[in-house]
Design a protein around this ligand. Sequence first.
Ligand code: ZN
Length: 111
Amino acid sequence: MTPMRPDKKGAHRASYEKNRKKIFATQNVCAICGKMVDFSLKSPDPMSATVDHIIPVAKNGHPSDISNLQLAHWTCNRQKSDKIFRNKEEKPQVLGNRNLPQSMDWKTYTG
Ligand SMILES: [Zn+2]
């Protein structure tokens, strides 16, 4: 992954806003729990509509591409990210436990 340049953030924000409106206009079911989203509910309400990053930005998900965005209830979105980040805190060695295969250097590999 290439690190995001600061000057790209504004473009991502505009793109995110555009895609958020598109999702609100075209979707009406929460992608996480599969139930209808009531667009009349407003922000502090846990069942209000929000746009969720399918792969969190913190996990290298795309910050604004519509393919990484989905409609969700605020509370579902919150629970999902809580789970992702709580797991990360509880099991900091999850990657260390998995022995990833070393890439072979075929140029010097003699058998
Ligand atoms: Zn939901």
